[in-house]
Design a protein around this ligand. Structure first.
Ligand code: NAG
Ligand code: NAG
Ligand code: NAG
Length: 390
């Protein structure tokens, strides 16, 4: 009996020992799996950190690249402006070279005469307004549409409130087109929205203007009549033969225009040229009521390579180009009150356009220029500054 019990105990102990070994084995496996899981964790964390760092590096790299790109772009812009400036200087040199050689005939004498005329006029000219503005630069350009041929003129009455637009298509013709507003003009298919006004005499050139309910236009032919036409009742109310002898085309580049009428804050002006002073452009102040010439000036501005001109506050700005149209620029000014000289006038460049300007009509109320360039109707908004201001 005791022996049997002993045997059982031994067997039990053996089973126990086997069980223990199994348990230990399982525990070891679990520990090893846990170790590996924790290693995975560590690795995953490390990968996450590495990934984050990599991402940051990439972002930083991208930022540097972007900065470099911007740097390149601004350098490119810079180069562009420099090229543009060079182009302008070339244009300028070109016109300089085209300028006629100074006449041998006593330059001084001519200069003195001009100065005398100017001094005489300085005392005489009485301003009607206290307008002291001069051009500083061109703020913007807006191309309205293309209506008509290479030459022509369009303008809005600066005095009348109605804002109506008048179009003289071509350098000769007798049918004026009249649009109710700029918007109407821009939206019109050709002249479909226009009212046609048949003038009693055909016009010549592009030197017409609209002022206070009237069209002032230059009659076609060699007697150079200025016609004042009432737009309300559509009749000629006045006309004069322009009192200058042996007229020549006022702008070297626009052979059809002999008299260019202009309107500014002071009223009506005529820009013209005569055989007597063939090289330069002359200026006259006209009375818009009677068409009488009030005063006349010889300006120092050459006709050669001039394409058009306009007047602002009693200063005429002559715009030059080259025979092969390039960029138009104001390159000569003449101020009847002697406050602006060529030296204080900025060299104002027009944006490069299709051709050269057939006409430039300043509107003193809107301070913009109605331009005709190869059939395109363009508005130039101006930046003005005070005369005598640097
Ligand atoms: C404008 O004038 C041109 C000639 O320069 C002519 O061919 C064209 O038909 C005219 N257009 C209108 C709308 O009168
Ligand atoms: C445009 O004007 C020119 C000269 O000024 C003239 O020869 C031509 O016949 C005109 N064209 C039209 C369509 O009227
Ligand atoms: C047209 O109006 C003007 C004034 O604006 C006047 O002097 C002229 O006599 C009028 N003509 C006709 C035909 O009514």
């Amino acid at each position: 009996m005791a022996l049997r019990a002993l045997c059982l105990l031994a067997a039990l102990t053996l089973a126990c020992a086997q069980h223990q070994t199994l348990m230990e084995y399982i525990e070891r496996r679990i520990l090893s799996i846990e170790d590996r899981i924790s290693a995975w964790h560590d690795n995953t964390n490390r990968y996450a950190v590495e990934l984050r760092e990599f991402k940051q590096q990439i972002v930083a790299l991208m930022e540097t690249l972007e900065k470099e790109r911007q740097g390149l772009r601004s350098e490119l812009d810079n180069t562009n402006t420099r090229v543009e400036r060079m182009e302008r200087e070339l244009d300028f040199l070109e016109t300089q070279n085209h300028a006629p050689p100074c006449v041998e005939v006593d330059d001084k004498l001519v200069e003195q005469q001009v100065r005398k005329v100017k001094e005489k006029n300085k005392a005489k000219y009485e301003r009607l307004t206290d307008c002291r503005d001069m051009i500083s630069s061109i703020k913007s350009m807006k191309i309205l549409k293309r209506l008509g041929g290479a030459t022509g003129m369009w303008a809005k009455d600066p005095v009348a409130q109605s804002g109506e637009i008048y179009v003289f298509n071509n350098s000769s013709g007798d049918t004026l087109h009249h649009f109710k507003t700029v918007r109407d003009f821009a939206a019109s298919a050709g002249t479909s929205r226009a009212k046609k006004i048949k003038l009693p005499f055909p016009w010549g050139g592009t030197g017409h203007t609209v002022y206070d309910g009237h069209v002032y236009y230059v009659k076609e032919g060699q007697d150079f009549q200025v016609i004042k036409y009432d737009l309300k009742n559509e009749t000629v109310v006045d006309s004069v033969v322009f009192p200058a002898e042996e007229q020549v085309p006022v702008y070297g580049l626009s052979p059809e225009t002999f008299i260019d009428l202009a309107v500014d804050e002071e009223g009506l002006w005529a820009i013209y040229a005569t055989k007597e002073n063939e090289k330069n452009i002359c200026l006259a102040k006209m009375d818009p009521k009677t068409l009488a010439i009030e005063e006349m000036w010889d300006t120092p501005c050459p006709r050669e390579n001039a394409e058009a001109a306009f007047v602002i506050c009693g200063t005429v700005y002559v715009v030059y180009n080259t025979k092969l149209p390039s960029r138009s620029r104001v390159q000569c000014v003449f101020d009847v009150s002697d406050m602006v000289t060529n030296d204080d006038a900025p060299l104002v460049y027009f944006p490069r356009r299709y051709s050269s300007h057939a006409s430039l009509k300043y509107n003193p109320r809107e301070r913009q220029i109605y331009a005709w360039d190869d059939g395109y109707q363009i508005l130039y908004k101006l930046v003005l500054k005070k005369k005598l201001e640097v």
